[in-house]
Ligand binder design. Sequence first.
Ligand SMILES: Nc1ncnc2c1ncn2[C@@H]1O[C@H](COP(=O)(O)OP(=O)(O)OP(=O)(O)O)[C@@H](O)[C@H]1O
Length: 243
Amino acid sequence: MPSPVMLTMRGVTRVHGHGAAEVHALRGVDLTVAMGELVAVMGPSGSGKSTLLHLAGGLDSPTSGSVRVGRDDVGALDAQGRARLRRRHVGYVFQDLNLVPALTALENVTLPLELDGVPARRARATGTAALAEVGLDDLADRFPDDMSGGQAQRVAIARALVGPRRLLLADEPTGALDSVTGEAVMRVLRARVDAGASGLLVTHDARHAAWADRIVFLRDGLVVDDTGAAGGPDQLLSEAARP
Ligand SMILES: Nc1ncnc2c1ncn2[C@@H]1O[C@H](COP(=O)(O)OP(=O)(O)OP(=O)(O)O)[C@@H](O)[C@H]1O
């Protein structure tokens, strides 16, 4: 029996800007991601990958078409409803880390839980477990400015994954990390998805895309290919390089 679908995008378009400055970032994208499925999104710079991720997480609204997360029609939620969906159910890892400099690693990680009313003790325990998942439980009391770029990125990943999130969105999550740590992060993402979450991963790196169940190729705002990962990194590299 197929797994229940977590994310459904139908006929999604997104036009940025107006008039002469108009950019058609997405031009009619259909995409579904099931529970327990990790989908990698690849494509050249400017093909619409980040726009797709923002729409999937309710950070942005489509110009036309529909985006559903579980039973929620993201376009039909008001700003408060979208904020609640993001806080409770969507985990983001973006290139921009956005850690709060005045908060320790653990406080940064527990922030989304506390904003959502989780009692402090439980938030602390859940946050400590999330830091341990990325191998940083030793640095719980350290401030972002006293960490390496890679450590800060792992804190951001722990924050994105803290609590029972059902949709994980990652935009080049391993960007600032060395390859061993990068692989550890992919392992955490994969484990969360295997435990039932759904994942959408934007990456230029075929080795990371090879962790996915399926790869979607975007070009000029359209899905041009949707394939299983069975061919492995070599095939992916040649696919990504295709004219
Ligand atoms: N806020 C915005 N205002 C105007 N144009 C935008 C905006 N955001 C994105 N764009 C444009 O939309 C198109 C798609 O951008 P997007 O960032 O989604 O692509 P991408 O595939 O993620 O690129 P990259 O791999 O370089 O991050 C690009 O032409 C970009 O310049």
